[in-house]
Design a protein around this ligand. Structure first.
Ligand code: XUL
Ligand code: CO
Length: 437
């Protein structure tokens, strides 16, 4: 069997003093942290689209990577080589999961029936390789945004025939995700948004989006797919305005349309920052509302306003992310999917390993620091103290909804001016930095 990464050994944990670039310095899969192994906490997944289908193209130039798995000129032979390369990569890296779009693993043909036959053929191979390696599918999804038929959206397209095409595609993608035992299925609203309101019936498009999602819920139940459905918010790009703007917008939309019990959120770090939030904010909002499902772990660039999809390296961010995820009870069906791509100049296949090793180590450090913050109740103590007034008779009466404006006016007239207190932000930041080592 052809080896695609002959220069890369199986990546193992060598500890923080190791200088070996092909070793983990912090991610030790079997090490137990807060009662679970690091592998169980972090549930790392490699994404197929950037890692194996990415070409390094940008708006100023075509692809620059020359990949050994692209060598066969027949598209199905290339698809098979790509999948074999992918499973060699997952195994050498030591991740437990992968994620894909339907069109990543099998090239589209001239008609849907033939496209589906190709997909089935590649799913046969994926099923075999999953069984051989023990690697599992974190989630599947549909690419209903690249083909020209989807230029004005999929479920929010002005043409119902495009809505129908997208439905047929999602139906098939859900079936193959079920077949591969996927723990989840993601809806990212590719081009579900608008370029200009001058040609857009927003009310109707939003209604169509809700109808589409309800159809997906119904079909999921019909075929007995037990994986979790996720929506992945993004505020812009490719459209000027994406309907799934951020977690709060999506949550409100789901509640309005009676869909909230069926979906959780797949939070992407770079999408959070594009929405004008921190990654931490989006995770905290989801935890506060019990809708955190999974994470697309990447980062943007502070100076660039688009989705650069870089690999996560910032320990401060991974610490606060893991802290919030742990406080929310940790992952169940979800995990950390590296929806990230190496830079255009990183043309060697070894760069794909360096990128993932660094990202996994960054999250492993974040996990360990977060565990210590939780064990020592660092932020909990500050927060408990800051809100302690709510444990007084007044606070309890308000939270139990026993009092209204009249009682509170009476209280204020009797007690006068409240005593104001420092928020102690700088102190907490200093304490936090002491933990980030
Ligand atoms: C696009 C993006 C997607 C989704 C899956 O910004 O994040 O790759 O994660 O369709
Ligand atoms: Co994503």
């Amino acid at each position: 069997m052809k080896e695609f990464f002959p220069n890369v050994p199986k990546i193992t944990y060598e500890g923080p003093n190791s200088k070996n670039p092909f070793a983990f310095k912090h991610y030790n899969p079997d090490e137990v942290v807060l009662g679970k192994t690091m592998a169980e906490h972090l549930r790392f997944a490699v994404c197929y689209w950037h890692t194996f289908k990415g070409t390094g193209s940008d708006p100023f130039g075509p692809g620059v990577y020359i990949r050994p798995w692209d060598a066969p000129s027949d598209p199905m032979e290339a698809a098979e080589a790509t999948m074999r390369a992918a499973f060699e990569f997952f195994t050498k890296l030591g991740v437990g999961f992968w994620c894909f779009h339907d069109r990543d693993i099998a090239p589209e043909a001239d008609n849907l029936a033939e496209t589906n036959r190709r997909l089935d053929k590649m799913v046969d191979l994926a099923e075999k390789l999953q069984n051989d390696t023990g690697i599992r599918l974190l989630w599947g999804t549909t690419n209903a945004f690249s083909h020209r038929r989807f230029m004005a959206g999929a479920s929010t397209n002005p043409d119902p025939a495009v809505f129908a095409y997208a439905a047929a595609q999602v139906k098939k993608a859900m079936e193959v995700t079920k077949r591969l035992n996927g723990a989840g299925y993601v809806f990212w609203g590719g081009r579900e948004g608008y370029e200009t309101l001058l040609n857009t019936d927003m009310k109707r498009e939003l209604e169509h989006l809700a109808i589409f999602l309800q159809m997906a819920v119904d079909y999921k139940q019909k075929i007995g797919f037990t994986g979790q459905l996720y929506i992945e918010p993004k505020p812009k790009e490719p459209t000027k305005h994406q309907y799934d703007f951020d977690s709060a917008t999506v949550y409100g939309f789901l509640i309005k349309h009676g869909l909230a019990d069926h979906f959780k959120i797949n939070v992407e770090a770079n999408h959070s920052t594009l929405a004008g939030h921190t990654f931490h904010h989006e995770l905290a909002f989801c935890v506060a509302n019990g809708i955190l499902g999974s994470v697309d772990a990447n980062r943007g660039d502070e100076l660039l306003g688009w989705d650069t999809d870089q690999f996560p390296t910032n320990i401060y961010d991974t610490t606060l992310a893991m802290y919030t995820i742990l406080k929310g009870g940790g992952f169940t069906t979800g995990g950390l999917n590296f929806d990230a791509k190496v830079r255009r100049q990183s043309i060697d296949v070894e760069d794909l390993f360096h990128a993932h090793i660094g990202a996994m180590d960054a999250f492993a450090r974040g996990l360990k620091i977060a565990a210590r913050l939780i064990e020592d109740k660092v932020l909990d103590s500050f927060i408990a103290d800051r809100y302690s007034g709510w444990d007084s008779p007044l606070g309890r009466d308000i939270e139990a909804r026993r009092v209204g404006f009249e009682e509170l006016e009476k209280y204020t007239l009797e007690h006068g001016e409240p005593t104001v207190r420092s928020g102690r932000q700088e102190l907490i930041e200093n304490v936090l930095n002491e933990y980030i080592r």
